[in-house]
Design a protein around this ligand. Sequence first.
Ligand SMILES: Cc1ncc(COP(=O)(O)O)c(C=O)c1O
Length: 472
Amino acid sequence: LTRYRELADELAALITHGTLQVGERVPSVRSLVQQYRVSPATAMRAYEILESKDLIEARPRSGYYVSRTAEPAHSRPPSKSTRVEVSDLVFDILEATRVRDVVPLGSAFPSPLLFPWAKLARFLGSSARHMDPWTTVQSLPPGSEELRRQIARRYLLSGASVRTDEVVITSGALEALNLALATVTRPGDVIAIESPTFYACLQAVELAGLKAVEIPTHPGSGVDIGALRDAIAKHNIRACWFMTTFQNPLGATMPEERKKELVALLAKHEIPLIEDDVYAELYFGERPRSAKSFDRKGLVLNCGSFSKCLAPGYRIGWVAAGRFAKDIQRRKIISTLATSVPVQEGIAAMLRHDGLDGHLTDLRQALRDQQQKTLISIKRHFPAGVRVVVPDGGYFLWLELPKSADAMEIYRAALAARISVAPGPMFSARRAFHNCLRINCGHPFTADIDRAIAKLGKICGTAGSTDPPRAS
Ligand SMILES: Cc1ncc(COP(=O)(O)O)c(C=O)c1O
């Protein structure tokens, strides 16, 4: 390839991938010559090629600009219908849910419209304006003292006595979970996980070089303790990673007695429990107690965040780490040093002055209302024989279709119709749950969503299913 063609290709890629956007000025010929060490003739030839492809246009006495007809690659619909691995599938689905005109029934996030952005911005602004510059040093891990105190106080509401110095602030719950996993295991260890489970758990296990034993998890009551007991007898289980409340994807919550039994069983064997508790605040009825609230040995590492209940995108999470707090704090310093200090201070100020409860009451009400409407729509539009698990909180519905249904085929057909869904196999290392779907009901229920559910119901009635309908 000649140098001017190579240069033209590099610049074309910057345009189609959106680094250089429509209407933006591109580097002058002179700066190309200087920065890319090419001759003026090479730079001019490269620009002629881009002009001939309508990617840039010359403006008299002003230089070259990205032309109005240049189409960025990310405005095209996401590619579909290729057979994918589970991890590719996860990334594909995350990608699809970022495209605004895809109905986000497969999304892991609630609608961003349900959060108090203006209020958060006021607290963030005023705390940044009044922040003592020394805070940037003092807020190194474990993190903002005030934020950790506020978080520890909230644990009291669910019957857990958590000391401020047990809480380590992280970048979202996902970092908390990964730090917890790295702290209580070594590569090659065996850990117990739920089946089905949150796909990030599968990815974390893979990343940490661990082996996983999948414990059957029931839509109504969560982890099967008998199966866990058998697994502990058979394998050298070094840790458990469970979502004890509003499990993702099932929505299951372990009853209090079962959580107590779980903590007692693990305490007997000195096995740490990584409790992923990100949906804890999204209950519709009674506030569920966490497994952490029964922990007397400091073996439960309860991971939470504000991502689902207050401030998605702010990336503030934490782990109440019991006896592992010091180790986690050190790992946090080694891996990312600290979490954004002004953001920690902003959320701490909001919790201190405004509390969370007013907003949470509205959020829970909105989620419950959306869940009810989604259920009515599913009942109306889905074929008979579809079983829906209805949790008492959170924003997921787990659908079991007849055994012959193919969730991957449904996923592909739905995406072609600009609807995302989360197919069962993405929640399993063995790609089980081939006939299950997770539906997000975290978005305000609109006619568009109703239409998308109707369409999805139609797809489920045809795609991959040859079973006669069964009663639900
Ligand atoms: C079960 C579960 N745990 C953890 C996370 C990650 O939380 P965060 O966004 O705070 O990192 C999610 C987000 O989808 C989740 O569903």
